[in-house]
Design a protein around this ligand. Structure first.
Ligand SMILES: [Zn+2]
Length: 152
């Protein structure tokens, strides 16, 4: 079984609502809860049952069940997949599974321009094949070279 399939299988079988509950979040009737990534007073984190995803509109963060556990517990994708498998009793044979190198696919790139039309910054959008997670890589233009900016 390839990487893609094992992560995809976890992301499909781990019901996002059960998952959020199992990892200690209190879900309201609209499938919202307080976000665990910021100091949240009102529920900003929305669970989407149709797509089995989550999103905090304050943080601008979210996506798959695996992303959820990666961020909540500070785990790698594989560690998170194993943790979910155990916590939700999914019964997927994942022990001994060795991931291939993470594959990234570039989906878009664009440039920010000043009013005089000179370019200030380049942004690349990539998608991690394993998790479907989108990555944004901004580059600042410094001395004529694009330098990758370190983000949080
Ligand atoms: Zn948040």
């Amino acid at each position: 079984m390839s990487d893609n399939n094992i992560f995809k299988e976890i992301n499909q079988k781990a019901d996002i609502v059960n998952l959020a509950r199992a990892y200690g979040l209190a879900i309201d009737r609209q499938y919202r809860c307080n976000c665990f990534l910021h100091n949240d007073k009102e529920p900003s984190l929305q669970l989407h049952r149709e797509t089995n995803t989550w999103w905090c509109y304050v943080c601008g963060e979210g996506y798959t069940p695996i992303d959820f556990v990666m961020k909540k517990l500070g785990l790698s994708a594989l560690e998170a997949a194993k943790d979910i498998n155990k916590t939700l009793n999914l019964g997927i044979n994942i022990e001994g599974f060795k991931p291939e190198e993470e594959k990234l696919v570039k989906t878009n790139e664009y440039f920010y321009r000043r009013a005089d039309n000179t370019i200030t910054m380049k942004v690349e959008k990539w998608v991690k094949q394993s998790t479907g997670k989108k990555e944004f890589y901004p580059y600042a233009l410094i001395d004529g070279k694009y330098v990758k900016r370190i983000c949080k």
